[in-house]
Design a protein. Structure first.
Length: 438
């Protein structure tokens, strides 16, 4: 990305659109190109279209904004034989490739063929494209033809692709479908500077990243969690994780102070992600074992629950006549027993990851984890499975269990924030305040 966009601070104003929150491009002005980063080839806005002049094996341009969690995309293509789109998130691309000569659409996920579909469309007419992503599946349509669906993971990035031909987009429009929470988005100028800051950070250019972040937030507002854009808060989370100096500078220092949560007995603490959708409930601890904290994300809905087993007590798992009594101080055996119980209890449960050692060391301790999916019949979308992910670790002879639960798509959307929060867990000296009543 060019640092020139940061220095100039140019406000980009795509075409106004009646759809709320929509971003539309008619490609009639060269300044519309500022929302796109050329990754390969020669792309220009000319003659009322976004044109790829070169004919490389793969030419691509990246949309510099982030896709909403659910969106509708409309496009019009008037030239090019093989071209398409790529939806990206966490390094897993989903490509939708259109072959105008063969009149076919191919969908690939990370290079794996998901489906192919043939359509009929006059070759002399512009190809009118419709996409709709609900967070778990992608609806594809050409003109007024019947739509077809393919599974598709949540996407955050968009790229336009041209393969060995000169393609041309006459129109592109992206409409968010999900209502935003109390959070708000960054404006165009902020978003461009934010993209530069993250680019510097991920390339290891820490001094440039610091300078760019400080220019973005020259003064700390009284309530930064509610007064800063959600995309900026996400970026500040990443900065705080990557650069230790950031934790000593406002607004990161103020955000860390505002998001610190500690259990009632003071034995465990963590930092919430910076977005205001995250909140915590500190539960009263009357005994050593039981729930300590509940952390919730409102958008998308995810729950994290911290519980503790008493190391001096044995807990039963299983069903009659095969009951197992497991000591509360053995996290590995507790994880295996808990996993087996959930597989039996949850409707349609399927194990994704059997109990094993985790690369994530919660509180600096060796951690055992597992993950499974199940179907919630009371959900508005019962066909979309829920995820249960649990972590077990030992602290002063007791076992802590951290449970993460939510819809598959919701978990995928907050994966980075969950990793931040779980990495921030600290275990403190001192026994629980109230001894066990058993």
């Amino acid at each position: 990305m060019s640092f020139l966009s940061l220095a100039m601070g140019i406000l980009i104003s795509p075409c106004s659109d009646p759809d709320r929150g929509a971003v539309a491009y008619e490609f009639r002005q060269s300044k519309e190109m500022r929302d796109f980063e050329v990754l390969q080839g020669d792309w220009r806005v000319q003659g009322g279209g976004l044109v790829c002049i070169s004919k490389n094996l793969r030419d691509e341009v990246r949309w510099r904004r982030s896709l909403p969690s659910a969106f509708r995309l409309e496009g019009e293509l008037t030239a090019g034989t093989t071209l398409g789109l790529e939806l990206t998130r966490t390094g897993v691309p989903t490509q939708i490739l259109f072959d105008r000569r063969r009149q076919s659409v191919q969908v690939l996920e990370n290079g794996r063929d998901l489906c192919q579909h043939h359509f009929e469309w006059p070759t002399h007419q512009s190809l009118v494209l419709h996409l709709k992503h609900d967070g778990s599946s992608l609806e594809i349509g050409i003109g007024g033809e019947d739509r077809w669906h393919v599974p598709c993971k949540p996407a955050r990035g968009l790229r336009l692709i041209s393969q060995r031909n000169q393609s041309r987009w006459d129109r592109l429009k992206i409409v968010p479908l999900a209502e935003q929470s109390e959070e708000f988005a960054a404006n165009e100028t902020q978003q461009l500077r934010l993209e530069d800051a993250l680019s510097f950070l991920r390339r290891g250019e820490i001094p440039m990243a610091r300078e760019t972040f400080r220019a973005l937030v020259p003064e700390t507002p009284p309530d930064p969690r509610r007064e800063l854009p959600s995309s900026l808060l996400l970026a500040l989370n990443e900065w705080a994780w990557t650069d230790a100096e950031a934790r000593r500078w406002d607004p990161v220092a103020s955000l860390l102070h505002a998001t610190r949560v500690e259990s009632e007995d003071g034995t465990v603490s963590l930092h919430l992600p910076f977005r205001s959708s995250w909140s915590a409930e500190v539960l009263r601890t009357r005994r050593v074992d039981g729930d300590m904290l509940v952390v919730r994300c409102g958008s998308p809905p995810v729950e994290v629950r911290a519980s503790r087993y008493d190391g001096r007590i044995r807990y039963w798992f299983g069903e009659e006549p095969r009951l197992l009594f497991i000591p509360g101080g053995n996290p590995t055996i507790l994880a295996r027993s808990r996993y087996q119980d959930l597989v039996l209890e949850k409707p349609g449960a399927e194990g994704r990851v059997s109990p094993r050692e985790s690369k994530l060391a919660l509180g600096g301790r060796d951690t055992t984890w597992f993950e499974l999916t199940y179907v919630d019949p009371t959900s508005n979308a019962p066909q979309a499975p829920n995820v249960v992910r649990e972590y077990f670790l030992q602290s002063r002879g007791n076992t802590h269990r951290w449970s993460v639960e939510g819809a598959t798509t919701a978990i995928a959307l907050v994966e980075d924030e969950l990793a931040w929060m779980l990495n921030s867990i600290q275990l403190h000296n001192g026994m629980p305040a109230v001894p066990s009543e058993r």
